[in-house]
Unconditional design. Structure first.
Length: 603
């Protein structure tokens, strides 16, 4: 008997939103079991659920090829919540009007609750929420009433009280909607479901699943990076299969942090985990030396992981046919790589290259925590007995520093924007410069690859930086990221561009900067205040062969959304001064972009 039998559940119908799985995760954490569904299931399948949620998505409901759903689903008598695209789809199917927004909303926004109903129970009259949309509802179907508005969205929340159908333009599932869990809890109560699902139940179910997927006689060869995900995944495999059936490998790519390998081995040994180490730095530098395109780098890194893994297995294992590959993949990796039916590819993760997909299809890959988000992985790790030191480490990408070295070519295509001038004209002391590079972002559930604008240090007020960053990325279509240069009153109108290559020289430069920042964070005891702090090397400076460092500290819980961290100025000054002492570093920038619209990593 399955551990989920007997549970009432909510189905999340996935229209490709970057947060579809996050909705499921958030509701599970409220004590209700959830499952993801496609938009073309049978009516009988949908009837199995006590409530349905239509997710967001990257498309526009008024386009011919946009994903839809049968009108009959809305007539089943099941409570339904539509979020963002899901809200717009419900309105369109029932005869409402949806079109492109005059001003899109990406990031924090405030809604005013204009009328009370079961969905707004115990909420305040003004709520801080998270928006990510370029379309909006312009007219309501019969029977629906408006209950929430924002500055740029008239129908931010609507309800059909009799049919128990709710539509909202904002995202309650992300932590940056202040009372998002209350909104979701109100929907659970609207569905009349008992809250009795726990992570302990998930752990029991997962152990049984692993034992089924890896039958007697089979073993798992696991690639371990030393990060939270791979460590928890490895420990879970050992719990399910035993030490003798799981073997770990750490690949030193040459793009690890300073002394990273020694620290990883020491940490893992402390919890009884012993792994093999393979120094493949020469192979990686050779394969990547002429590569500059971000996606090409990720594909090469992912494929080379498998080549190295196969070489090691051939050398140390006598019966490779009895081994399958284990990975610490988590939900954001699969979502951002376009892993759901309608989702856009935000960026390809190293563990989602074609060779990995081939292993998945042939049953030679196991990913024991691929359903979970970072906060859930940490909770699972605690249940497995791992120490807080291991669980609370800052996330570090599998490809390492390789994706924090911006090797893209010079891009001066940004033309002077009247809208950018208009946004910045309200601030008298502000100076700005558009960097001649692009970075990856995510807006309205779609991938963006746009320019970054750099500001001078015109204020000491973090809230003001937060506001101006959101205004720029919401109103200037060709900008998806904003940084400022701490303690710089002026900026050059144009920066000198020097190409970065995937060489030991350039990786050593970033390694030194990263180590400098890490030491100060530890000394000032703020490591746990920051969820993650990528340190990136970008190809702009004040002269030839000089570069700049970008600091990207963020607050988050699940990586799908993030706020930039408000660092104490005294600590920031210490970091900047130390970094500028490093040879060939011209400037230090501080990333003040939330996610969305800027991804946490620049590539």
């Amino acid at each position: 008997m399955s551990v989920v039998d007997g549970y009432k559940k909510i189905g999340i119908i996935d229209f490709g939103g970057q947060y579809a799985h996050l909705i499921a995760s958030r509701i599970r954490r409220l004590g209700v079991y959830t499952e993801l569904l496609t938009n073309d299931e049978s009516l009988e399948k949908y009837k199995e659920y006590s409530g349905l949620i239509f997710s967001g998505g990257p498309s526009s409901v008024y386009l011919d090829d946009s994903p839809g759903i049968a009108l009959e689903v809305l007539q089943l008598g099941i409570p339904i919540l539509g979020i963002c695209y899901g809200h717009q789809l419900i309105m369109k199917l029932l005869g409402g009007d949806v079109s492109s927004s005059v001003t899109g909303e990406f990031g924090p926004a405030r809604i005013e609750i204009t009328s009370e109903n079961p969905f707004t129970h115990s909420l305040e009259s003004s709520e801080l929420v998270w928006m990510s949309h370029g379309d909006e509802v312009k007219g309501l179907p019969e029977g629906f009433q408006k209950f929430a508005v924002s500055e740029n969205c008239e129908f931010a929340g609507v309800i059909h009280s009799e049919k128990k159908i709710v539509g909202i333009q904002f995202h309650p599932e992300v932590t940056h909607t202040k009372h998002g869990q209350k909104f979701l809890l109100n929907f659970i109560n609207l569905c009349g479901i008992e809250k009795n699902w726990t992570i302990e139940e998930f752990l029991e179910k997962k152990i049984e699943e692993i034992q089924t997927l890896v039958p007697e006689g089979k073993k798992v060869f696991m690639l371990v990076s030393g990060g939270v995900d791979s460590t928890v995944a490895y420990t879970l495999l050992v719990r399910a299969l035993g030490n003798d059936r799981v073997r770990g490998l750490l690949v030193d790519t040459g793009f690890m942090r300073k002394n990273e390998v020694k620290l990883i081995l020491s940490d893992l040994a402390g919890v009884g985990i012993h792994i093999e180490v393979e120094d493949a730095s020469k192979e990686y530098y050779s394969a990547l030396k002429d590569i500059t395109a971000p996606e090409a780098k990720r594909h090469i890194i992912g494929n080379l992981f498998l080549v190295v893994k196969n070489n090691v297995m051939t050398r140390i294992i006598d019966d490779p046919e009895n081994w399958i590959l284990g990975q610490g993949t988590i939900y954001p990796d699969t979502i951002e790589s376009g892993g759901t039916k309608h989702s856009h590819n935000i960026k390809t993760h190293h563990n989602r290259v074609d060779a990995i997909k081939d292993l998945m299809e042939s049953g030679k890959l196991i990913e024991p925590i691929h359903e979970l988000y970072k906060d859930e992985v940490r909770e699972l790790g605690r249940h497995l007995g791992l120490s807080d030191h291991l669980i609370n480490r800052h996330p570090f990408p599998g490809p390492g520093l390789a994706v924090r070295m911006l090797t893209n070519h010079k891009d001066d295509s940004f033309t002077e924007s009247e809208e950018l001038k208009k946004v910045l004209s309200k601030y008298k002391k502000i100076k700005y410069s558009v960097l001649p590079i692009r970075s990856v972002g995510v807006q309205g559930d779609s991938r963006t690859y746009k320019h970054c604008v750099a500001l001078n240090d015109f204020t000491k007020n973090w809230e003001k930086y937060d506001v101006i960053s959101s205004r720029i990325t919401n109103r200037v279509r060709d900008i998806n990221r904003v940084v400022f240069a701490p303690y710089q009153d002026k900026l050059p109108k144009k920066f000198h561009f020097s190409q970065i290559y995937m060489t030991r020289e350039h990786s050593d430069l970033l390694r030194e900067a990263d180590d400098c920042v890490t030491k100060i964070l530890r000394k000032r005891k703020i490591v746990t205040e920051i969820w993650q702090m990528p340190v990136a090397l970008i190809p702009v400076g004040n002269k030839k062969n000089h570069f700049s460092i970008v600091l990207r500290p963020v607050e988050s819980t699940e990586a799908m959304t993030a706020n930039f961290y408000f660092m104490k100025r005294k600590i920031l000054k210490e970091i900047v001064e130390k970094l500028l002492q490093i040879k060939k570093i011209s400037y230090v920038f501080y990333d003040i972009t939330n996610k969305p619209p800027g991804t946490i990593e620049w590539e």
